[in-house]
Every structure is written in structure tokens, then in C-alpha cells.
Write a protein that binds this ligand. Structure first.
Ligand SMILES: [Fe+2]
Length: 215
């Protein structure tokens, strides 16, 4: 699929049979998400692109870059279990709807462990933890600070940036400046300060570039 091909790039295209089979598994899972809910897949693609750029800025190892990119691409795979009516609900969700949505990180981890164990080994813990907040108020485990995997803390900041800058049916997306203001106010609360610094240090054109789905 051309959009995926544009977005994925070489980070995970390591030569070898195992890598090739992992690549097709990754693509198949991503396509399942796209089939269920295209805008969630687009969100994952943008988050993966920006995560890749931040990983370079943070000088992560090649292996960590690849893991972060793959985890970012599939971080919302558990949303295939969330009904479309809830994903596209035209307003703030009520408590019951929020409870259903909030299961997606655990369900995503379980899906990866069941259907893609080789891929899951590195990325499933990150997928599970991508809604953990730095201060321990997130879900599903209420982990705080360095009990949250480092790559999940990076993913969380990028996910947050894309979420608040995206337009939903009932609200307009924030500008880059507004989003960064909000992110600064959550630094050390919901968001990891080191990961926030890395996002702040990105050239400001990056957000726009990734919002167009380019890499
Ligand atoms: Fe999510």
C-alpha cells in the first residue's frame, strides 16, 4: 500500500528471512487497522514518522529506533476491537465509552502476543504502556517515571502531540504553537521531560511535514 510504503522507510527493512516475515506481519496488522478505522491508521503513520525523527535526535541505537518505529506504527492496533460508533462519536465520550476505548492498549498488546509473537517481543510492552502518564495517572497499570519503558514515554509525547493537533468531528486541532504550550504545561506531569525536550528541539516544520503523512 503506497501510503505505508512512503511512511515506513528503511528503519525496519533489515535484510534476512526473519525481518522479511516480520515486515509482512507488520504490514498486515497495519492494514487491519486501516480497514477498521482509516483515520486511526493515518494517526499511527504520522506518529511513526515523527517518532522516527525524534529517535534520530535522541541518538537512540539502531535497534531502539526500529522498535520505536514499529511500536508507533501499531500502537493503536487494539482499536480494531473498539466499535466504529465509539471511535467516530461526534463529541466528548462518556465514562462508559472511555472505559471501552481505554482497553485498546491492553488489547493491542494481547493481539500482538497472540498473532505476532516475534514482533511482540520488543514492541508489545511499549504498545501496552503508551497511555501511561509520567506522574502515574495513566493506564492500564498506573506506572510512573522510569517504571514506564523509555520508548513508551517518547511515544506518549508524540502521540499526545498528534492527538491535540488533529481535528476531530467536534473540535478543531490546535496549532503547533498551541500544542507545544499545552505540552509544556504537562511536562513532568503527564509527559516525560526528556521526551518533551526532544520534541521541542525538533525543527518546527516537522510537525507540518508529518501531518501530511510524509517522512
Ligand atoms: Fe492509543
Amino acid at each position: 500500500m503506497d501510503t505505508v510504503a512512503v511512511g515506513i522507510g528503511p528503519e525496519w527493512c533489515v535484510p534476512g528471512r526473519v525481518a522479511t516475515s516480520m515486515q509482512s506481519t507488520l504490514e498486515l496488522l497495519f492494514q487491519r487497522l486501516r480497514t477498521h478505522h482509516p483515520s486511526s491508521a493515518d494517526h499511527c503513520l504520522r506518529v511513526a514518522g515523527l517518532s522516527r525523527a525524534i529517535a534520530r535526535r535522541l541518538s537512540l541505537t539502531t535497534q531502539d529506533r526500529s522498535t520505536l518505529f514499529r511500536a508507533a506504527l501499531l500502537h493503536d492496533i487494539g482499536k480494531i476491537f473498539v466499535p466504529i460508533e465509539i471511535l467516530d462519536f461526534p463529541g466528548p465520550l462518556d465514562a462508559g465509552q472511555r472505559r471501552i476505548v481505554s482497553r485498546h492498549s491492553e488489547l493491542g498488546q494481547n493481539l500482538l502476543l497472540d498473532e505476532a509473537p516475534a514482533l511482540a517481543q520488543a514492541i508489545a510492552p511499549i504498545v501496552r504502556a503508551h497511555h501511561e502518564w509520567f506522574d502515574g495517572s495513566g493506564y492500564p497499570d498506573g506506572l510512573a517515571q522510569d517504571r514506564i519503558p523509555w520508548l513508551a514515554r517518547i511515544l506518549c509525547v508524540v502521540d499526545y502531540y498528534d492527538a491535540v493537533t488533529s481535528t476531530r468531528g467536534y473540535r478543531a486541532g490546535l496549532s503547533d504553537g498551541e500544542a507545544m504550550g499545552l505540552i509544556r504545561s504537562e511536562c513532568g506531569k503527564k509527559l516525560d521531560p526528556h521526551a518533551v525536550s526532544a520534541l521541542q528541539a525538533m525543527p518546527r516544520s516537522c510537525g507540518c511535514r508529518f501531518r501530511l503523512g510524509l517522512s
